[in-house]
Design a protein around this ligand. Structure first.
Ligand code: PGA
Length: 250
């Protein structure tokens, strides 16, 4: 199988520039010999600082969101053009906090996905069900709809710049991880959805990360699953001591 593991840290709304620079420096030195693909996604205000620290290393720079419009009168928003200017490589879109706290719907997320791809970014499209949706037996329905709607109008060529992150909402920041078997079942299902939309070749190549309380002591079991190709890590990505063992899982 040709997919490389992709280990990403979503720093969410944490850290000042000094703290971010220190963490980035620690990651650069400790991941230098790392064998996987790496990404950190700090707040917008930290991008320039972190960009300078990781430039030319094996760690890529990610943003946690972008505006749905290229530029203009959009107070408080950040444009893809501004992110490009800061050296951002990847944009995380459709994170559950954006969907459920800030009420972003699939149409808005899809608009952002297409805009980011048009400007040459890699996109990490997050999907995942709420606890009540899992309990109602709707995991596949929800994940399929978020995948199909999130990727509407995305060409097979552009799909090469898309990563999917399956993050069951009930597992985010709660300490409850999906079991490797439960996560694998959803990853395999999402890969089938991609195969139906884009063909078997595209489906076999797309990287599907798992996210939701990934820690050093569960990363290896999750990554051992056939269809789990990496992790999107929140809480445990905020300290080098907790992120490095995940990023270098054995
Ligand atoms: P967590 O967050 O690792 O703190 O559960 C994951 C995420 O929201 O991407």
């Amino acid at each position: 199988m040709s997919r490389n593991y992709y280990m990403a840290g979503n720093w969410k709304m944490h850290m000042t520039r000094t703290e971010a620079a220190q963490l980035a420096q620690d990651l650069v030195s400790q991941l230098r010999d790392g064998k996987h693909k790496y990404l950190v996604a700090p707040s917008f205000t930290l991008l320039e600082t972190v960009s300078a620290m990781i430039e030319g290393t094996n760690i890529q720079l990610g943003a946690q969101n972008c505006a749905a419009e290229e530029q203009g009168a959009h107070t408080g928003e950040v444009s893809v053009l501004q992110l490009k200017d800061l050296g951002v490589h990847t944009i995380i879109l459709g994170h559950s906090e954006r969907r459920h706290v800030y009420k972003e719907d699939d149409a808005l997320i899809n608009k952002k996905v297409k805009l980011a791809l048009k400007h040459g970014f890699e996109v990490i499209l997050c999907i995942g069900e709420l606890l009540e949706e899992r309990e109602a037996g709707k995991v596949e329905e929800v994940c399929e709809a978020q995948t199909v709607k999130g990727l509407e109008g995305v060409s097979v060529a552009d799909l090469g710049s898309v990563v999917i992150a399956y993050e069951p909402v009930w597992a985010i920041g709660t300490g409850k991880t999906a079991t490797p078997q439960d996560a694998e079942a959803v990853h395999a299902f999402v890969r089938k959805v991609i195969a139906r939309l884009y063909g078997d070749d595209a489906a076999s190549k797309i990287v599907i990360q798992y996210g939701g309380s990934v820690k050093a002591d569960n990363a290896a079991q999750l990554m051992a699953m056939e269809n789990i190709d990496g992790a999107l890590v929140g809480g445990a990505s905020l300290k080098a001591d907790s992120f490095i063992p995940i990023a270098k899982f054995a």
